[in-house]
Design a protein around this ligand. Structure first.
Ligand code: GAL
Length: 370
């Protein structure tokens, strides 16, 4: 709860700073504060909504494959209902053409604002163009839409996630061979994560302390891809690997399966991300070393609240900007947290997962005490 107080305090500062930037005409450069005004682009035809008008939000999702995305969907639905918005959720299942079609359909149904978790960070720029032609603002959700005039980005601090993963592992495995399993090459988050990881690992590589023997993207963030990558890496270096930097929990589980095949699970350190139940179970079992906990509620609720504001032509408070290749996108970035066996209670206290389920597969006396 202390953390959420800190967050509220930080947010208040951001709001105040944003207000100050507004009155002083500040442009909120990189790392500064900036407001997303959501013009909806040139040639806007859609009327802005009044304070009491019902807002129609379209939520375009890439996938529900990872546990977290079901949570995003549920929370966006819950909050849309709470604030009295109409909502349509569409899931593209990794199909870019389908995601564009779904956007077209929502625009023809006269949606007021789109929240988009893009499958492909580049291709989704088309969705922003289409929406803006109709004066519909677009929020980039969790993953950045590159090279577009997108109105707002809500996400976690992705570079920091990569840094937290690498920092945690490097402290515990300061020497030896590393395998890096990246996320999908179509996802800008995978690139940012990798940048963050390399910020930490590169100096150790340069010192000759560690060697990255394999560094490859897992197509579509698939566990099966991670399994292949790690199996091949193990063969290549005769199992001489001290750590696998896996981009998320799905790929971590693929890596652990490969390690299990060589009786190395629990001996080789493995990072992850998302605090999936299956990975928290592997953490208490000792097979996965850590994960990154990203509270989804602030993200989902923040996106819905911002969507209402943009649809009404109001300002949205932000705490950062991220360059998407075309502009510095006003962004609201939330704090990620490294979680291991010792502080696993955080996800329980936050109501993200229950201790009963986390400890389901281990003897009760081995379950961490909170
Ligand atoms: C990323 C997201 C992660 C993970 C991954 C696979 O963009 O930030 O939380 O779920 O996609 O869907």
């Amino acid at each position: 709860m202390g953390r959420s107080k800190n967050f509220l305090a930080a947010l208040l500062l951001v709001v105040l700073a944003a207000a100050a930037a507004c009155t002083s005409g500040g442009d909120g450069g990189a790392g500064g504060n900036q407001n997303a005004g959501g013009t909806g682009g040139a040639g806007a035809t859609r009327q802005k909504k009044g304070a009491n008008d019902k807002v129609f939000i379209g939520f375009l999702m890439d996938t529900l494959k990872e546990e977290r995305w079901q949570r995003d969907k549920d929370l966006v639905e819950k909050h849309a209902q709470e604030v009295g918005a109409q909502l349509s959720v569409q899931v593209a299942n990794g199909d870019d053409n389908l995601q564009i079609k779904q956007a077209e359909n929502l625009l023809s149904q006269k949606v007021d604002v789109l929240i988009v978790a893009p499958h492909n960070s580049e291709i989704a720029a088309t969705i922003v163009e289409m929406a803006h032609r109709e004066g519909v603002p677009v929020i980039s959700y969790d993953r950045l839409i590159k090279n577009s005039d997108v109105d707002l980005y809500v996400s976690h601090q992705v570079i920091k996630i990569g840094e937290l993963q690498a920092d945690y592992i490097l402290k515990r495995a300061p020497k030896g061979n590393y395998v890096v399993v990246q996320g999908s090459a179509t996802d800008n988050n995978a690139r940012l994560l990798h940048d963050g990881q390399m910020n930490i690992l590169k100096p150790a590589v340069d010192r000759g302390d560690i060697k990255i023997v394999v560094d490859q993207p897992a197509r579509e963030w698939l566990a099966s891809e991670a399994l292949n990558i790690v199996e091949n890496a193990l063969t290549q270096v005769n199992n001489e690997v001290v750590a696998v930097i896996a981009a998320n929990d799905g790929t971590a589980r693929g890596a652990i399966q490969a390690l299990d095949g060589q009786r190395l699970a629990g001996k080789v350190l493995v990072s992850g991300q998302d605090a999936d139940l299956a990975s928290l179970q592997l953490i208490v079992e000792g097979k996965q070393t850590m994960t990154i906990y990203k509270p989804i509620q602030p993200l989902a609720y923040g996106a819905v609240d911002a969507a209402l504001k943009l649809a009404r032509g109001q300002q949205v408070e932000t705490n950062d900007t991220v360059d998407n290749g075309r502009k510095k996108v006003p962004s609201m970035l939330y704090e990620p947290l490294a979680v291991d066996k010792n502080n696993i209670g955080i996800v329980v206290k936050d109501g993200y997962q229950t201790l009963e389920k986390i400890c389901e597969k281990i003897p009760a006396d081995q379950c961490p005490k909170l």
